[in-house]
Design a binder for this molecule. Structure first.
Ligand code: FNR
Length: 342
């Protein structure tokens, strides 16, 4: 059993966080089948390394929407201020120092302006409401605060049912830790519920409304990936929402190659779900991802505030460099195709 610092983070979070918060972070929808299968999607792959290659100087960086950075970013997650009082600010400071991108949840508990003031590069994650015009103030605030892209989450027409043994987290946290970037009373406005009728035209609306590149998060199927690209998406993000939406959704590791093929280099392809170590990063790149995103791992590291997230980036970088060298990869391009065909 692995005993690296990264591998211990989940257990540490379980011990140190209030039980309802820990449960909220870790749970999946329904029977948690997709949530529990996710890490295995990576560890079950088998790599065929190159040898007799000079790996003295290697470059693990990738390009994401035109910026060079490490091959991972921070996925959008709520409740960061319930994990640590510094919440999104700690996540942002550590992520700025690591030179990578943070995707800020539309339900964040810290204002966009304060997050941006840390100097982090950030993208806004958005859900669209039934009445699209209600999203306009949130989008305007994000554009004004310097968001560089909009990530539209498309796997959440309704929130997947989760079972809970502890008191619900919503009953124990301060409501001020959530949704501070919306207008007051937003949730009670008619039409504020999540849209059940999302379509490709919404990508166009978002891009036109914000002038920003649109990334579509929550795609598992090659045909949907093609529709996203045809509708103007600059990147397709393979995700099953950490197993928190449709339980029994296929693992992202198993869906990634089909999406990469369908997109055929016409847009970037990101992936998340169960990425917990540098070998997982290498494996995702080997399966064709342009970059990975981390959901729970940085939340677990955030238990120690900014220092915890800084260490997460450092440890992941060290593990990824080791994985690159051991696989004979001098660059992310070299890592492609290292996976043995089934
Ligand atoms: C999430 N996720 C998520 N996604 C999103 O689009 N908007 C959100 O507000 C949230 N909030 C959220 C809260 C918590 C506690 C978790 C664990 C996850 C999903 C997230 O962005 C990502 O898709 C998954 O977490 C990736 O899987 P791993 O890395 O957690 O295994």
């Amino acid at each position: 059993m692995s005993q690296t610092w990264l591998a211990q983070l989940e257990q540490q979070a379980r011990q140190r966080l209030p039980a309802p918060v820990a449960e909220y972070l870790m749970q999946g929808a329904r029977d948690s089948i997709s949530a529990s299968e996710a890490p295995g999607g990576w560890s079950q792959q088998r790599l065929v390394p190159h040898v007799l290659r000079d790996v003295t100087n290697i470059d693990v960086s990738v390009s994401m929407l035109g910026r060079s950075q490490v091959p991972w970013g921070i996925a959008p997650t709520t409740l960061q201020r319930a994990v640590h009082p510094d919440g999104e600010l700690a996540m942002a400071r550590a992520t700025a120092a690591a030179g990578t991108v943070m995707v800020v949840s539309s339900n964040a508990g810290t204002s966009f302006a304060d997050i941006a003031a840390t100097g982090v590069r950030w993208w806004l994650q958005a859900y669209l409401p039934s009445d699209r015009t209600l999203a306009a103030p949130l989008l305007a605030r994000a554009v004004e605060a310097g968001a560089e892209a909009i990530v539209l989450t498309v796997d959440t027409p309704v929130v997947g049912t989760k079972y809970s043994s502890d008191p619900l987290v919503w009953d124990v946290i301060d409501p001020k830790m959530l949704r501070v970037n919306f207008d007051p009373g937003y949730e009670d406005a008619p039409g504020a519920e999540k849209a059940l009728d999302l379509g490709p035209h919404d990508l166009d609306w978002l891009a036109g409304h914000t002038g920003l590149p649109v990334v579509v998060k929550g795609v598992l199927r090659p045909d949907d990936a093609r529709r996203c690209v045809q509708a103007g998406a600059k990147a397709v993000w393979v995700s099953n929402h950490g197993g928190r939406q449709l339980d029994r959704a296929a693992s992202t590791a198993s869906c990634l190659p089909g999406v990469v093929d369908a997109v055929g280099g016409t847009a970037e392809v990101y992936v998340d779900g169960g990425v917990r170590c540098g070998l997982d990063v290498l494996t995702a790149l080997a399966l064709g991802a342009d970059a990975v995103f981390l959901g729970r791992l940085p939340l677990y590291a955030l238990v120690d505030g900014e220092a915890g997230v800084t260490r997460l980036h450092d440890e992941l970088r060290a593990e990824t460099v080791e994985a690159f060298r051991l696989s004979g990869s001098r660059s992310a391009a070299d890592a492609r195709g290292l996976v043995r065909a089934p």
